[in-house]
Design a protein around this ligand. Structure first.
Ligand SMILES: Cc1cc2nc3c(=O)[nH]c(=O)nc-3n(C[C@H](O)[C@H](O)[C@H](O)COP(=O)(O)OP(=O)(O)OC[C@H]3O[C@@H](n4cnc5c(N)ncnc54)[C@H](O)[C@@H]3O)c2cc1C
Length: 286
């Protein structure tokens, strides 16, 4: 395993700017894309003792990760995703402890709400399987629904679930910033405004990446290019059958009636979810 910075304190390691001048970068792992996924991968690999270089076409978190709604949801469609989702909630709540950088998280919990017979049935199934997979989910009474929410008027015939573990990050860009700070603190090299334009291979294995400024030799390259994951994979003649789709996020003007400590709600039959936002009410539609 190559460790170009082994034994060198983070402060003494070359900065991103210095690396631009030396053109002598070598790493255990190159991560393509500095969104939440790329930075999380880079941070975990760095914590595992690997030397990591992240290459970002634009600036860190400037694409989807900085524009999300910031919600974490414990109820998922299968057991693996439930375990991953619950683990990520645990990780984000304890971020300062393991990553060494503070991160504010709203531990609001969430309600899942169904208003049609078909969706009531759907939520009953989700309740049974989620409880089976360890999630802290329970049926919520109409009284609970009415008393806990300032921004949803219950009709009284909803079927609702209370998901105690669910959290959100008020400003999703803060998650990216926290990852970036933690990465830099530990010596991960993050190079911005530097798109990967080629992926080199030797004997059928990845050997590194090319940018307009440099070649970086690395035995592992992680494609974390989000909506561009297919194009980046294409640089290595690999096919990733993924097609990005657009979603809408709407943040209303301030609504004085909204209690900022309210939980998240997800109205499953309308494919809409809402949460309080310091600027107003954040609403997301599929
Ligand atoms: C409106 C909206 C709301 C959402 N709300 C939620 C939510 O509440 N909860 C949730 O869990 N998820 C939510 N999501 C989904 C979530 O935001 C994304 O799944 C996640 O941010 C994807 O992260 P990423 O790192 O894969 O992608 P990105 O953040 O897009 O990062 C990919 C990076 O790769 C870079 N890149 C691309 N090509 C190259 C190249 N050739 N070289 C170098 N860099 C390259 C890009 O510039 C980009 O910065 C939401 C999405 C949207 C659109």
């Amino acid at each position: 395993m190559r460790r170009p910075y082994a034994g060198i304190s983070p402060a003494a390691r070359p900065s991103a700017d210095e690396l631009r001048h030396t053109c002598l970068v070598d790493a255990d792992i190159v991560v393509v894309g500095a969104g939440a996924l790329g930075l999380s991968t880079a941070l975990h690999c760095t914590l595992a003792g690997r030397s990591v270089v992240v290459l970002e076409r634009l600036t860190a978190g400037s694409q989807v990760s900085g524009r999300a709604a910031g919600l974490f949801k414990s109820v998922q469609a299968d057991e693996l995703r439930t375990r991953l989702a619950r683990r990520s909630i645990e990780k984000v709540i304890g971020f300062a402890g393991w990553a060494g950088v503070p991160l504010e998280v709203a531990r609001s919990g969430s309600f899942l709400i169904a208003r049609t017979a078909q969706h009531r049935e759907f939520l009953r199934r989700e309740l049974a399987q989620s409880v089976n997979w360890g999630a802290d989910v329970r049926e919520a009474s109409p009284v609970q629904l009415a008393s806990r929410l300032s921004y949803y008027r219950a009709a009284g015939d909803e079927f609702a679930l209370w998901c105690r573990e669910d959290v959100y990050i008020e400003e999703p860009a803060s998650l990216v910033r926290a990852y970036l700070d933690a990465c830099r603190l530990l010596g991960t090299v993050v190079l911005e405004n530097e798109p990967v334009v080629g992926i080199s291979a030797k004997d059928g294995r990845v050997a590194g990446v090319e940018t307009d400024h440099r070649s970086i030799a690395a035995p592992a390259v992680v494609d974390a290019a989000g909506g561009w994951v297919r194009q980046v994979a294409g640089l290595a003649s690999a096919r990733v059958p993924v097609a990005p789709v657009r979603h809408q996020l709407l943040i209303t003007a301030q609504v004085p009636e909204v209690d900022h400590s309210d939980p998240i709600i997800r109205v499953v039959d309308a494919a809409v979810y809402l949460r309080p936002d310091t600027r107003g009410l954040c609403r997301w539609c599929a």
